[in-house]
Ligand binder design. Structure first.
Ligand code: HPA
Length: 274
């Protein structure tokens, strides 16, 4: 795995010596945020990076963009890869390790999710405070490379408390409502049944999706400071009477774009005061 990371980093370093402070991952329907990146240094299609996984899902582009958001140097993944596309957990987290090796200390994750908490109607933005990982394989299974992180990483505060408090304060001063909650990743690609959503509610999940947790575990292992903004695109199965569709998820992403954009920029900006 380490050599795959190195191969990707060597390729990227043959294009640019840019050192990002923060890494961003844009989830389903949130790719338009790339327009906010200023002084773009380079745009690299995933398919050009040797061994890098390529997104196959509609609504996910496949390129890495480097530039600045409010003077913070960022590397942005415009589109992510998921376990359900057939990628192994190790492949899913390769981009995280690559961005870390490029220098990123912070990871800002975005995703689309289904609301389990009855207060989370479509369009609600939730700052993830914790996650439930038990339904997906742990991406750290296998031999541990001590250069990447410790064998048994602590997961008490995956989503950095100080970063979260800065983002909550920034949202408040921008007048943007921001909830907090617990995210649960399932593998997908089928959406959940109402009975499964009932189980997730009982064990404390506020929202459900098909990404993020594996990425966050790898980033925490690598010592990054992590936060995650989740856009509720639909009520989870059985919470609302409507059947779920990917079209609905993408549409909700587009509708929330202006406010989500403002919040994400404010969140990146907090890194300067961290
Ligand atoms: N379930 C799983 N993943 C999702 C959902 C959902 O309801 N909405 C957006 N991503």
């Amino acid at each position: 795995m380490k050599s795959r990371v190195k191969e990707c980093v060597d390729f990227i370093r043959s294009i640019t010596d840019f050192t990002p402070k923060a890494a961003l991952i844009l989830g389903s329907g949130l790719g338009a945020y790339t327009r906010q990146i200023e002084n773009v240094v380079c745009t690299i299609p995933y398919k050009d990076i040797p061994g890098f996984p390529v997104s196959t899902v509609s609504g996910h582009n496949g390129r890495m963009i480097m530039g600045y958001i409010e003077d913070v140097p960022v590397v942005c993944m415009d589109g992510r890869v998921h376990h359900y596309e057939g990628y192994t957990p190790q492949e899913v987290i390769l981009p995280i390790r690559v961005m870390r090796a490029l220098g990123a200390e912070f990871l800002l994750i975005t995703n689309a999710s289904g609301g389990i908490n009855g207060d989370f109607v479509p369009g609600t933005i939730v700052l993830v405070r914790d996650h439930i990982s038990m339904f997906v394989p742990n991406p750290l299974l296998g031999p541990n490379d001590p250069e990447l992180g410790v064998r048994f990483p602590d997961m008490t505060d995956v989503y950095d408390p100080h970063l979260r408090s800065l983002i909550l304060a920034a949202a408040e001063s921008e007048g943007i409502p921001l909830e907090t909650g617990v995210y649960c990743q399932l593998t997908g690609p089928s959406y959940e049944t109402p009975a499964e959503i009932h189980v997730l509610k009982v064990i404390g999940a506020d929202m459900v999706g098909m990404s993020t947790v594996m990425e966050a575990i790898a980033a925490k292992h690598a010592g990054m400071k992590i936060c995650c903004l989740s856009l509720i695109t639909n009520m989870a199965a059985g919470i609302s009477a409507n059947p779920l569709s990917h079209e609905e998820v993408k549409l909700a992403g587009r509708q929330a774009e202006p406010v989500f954009t403002r919040l994400l920029t404010a969140a990146v900006s907090t890194i300067k005061e961290y």
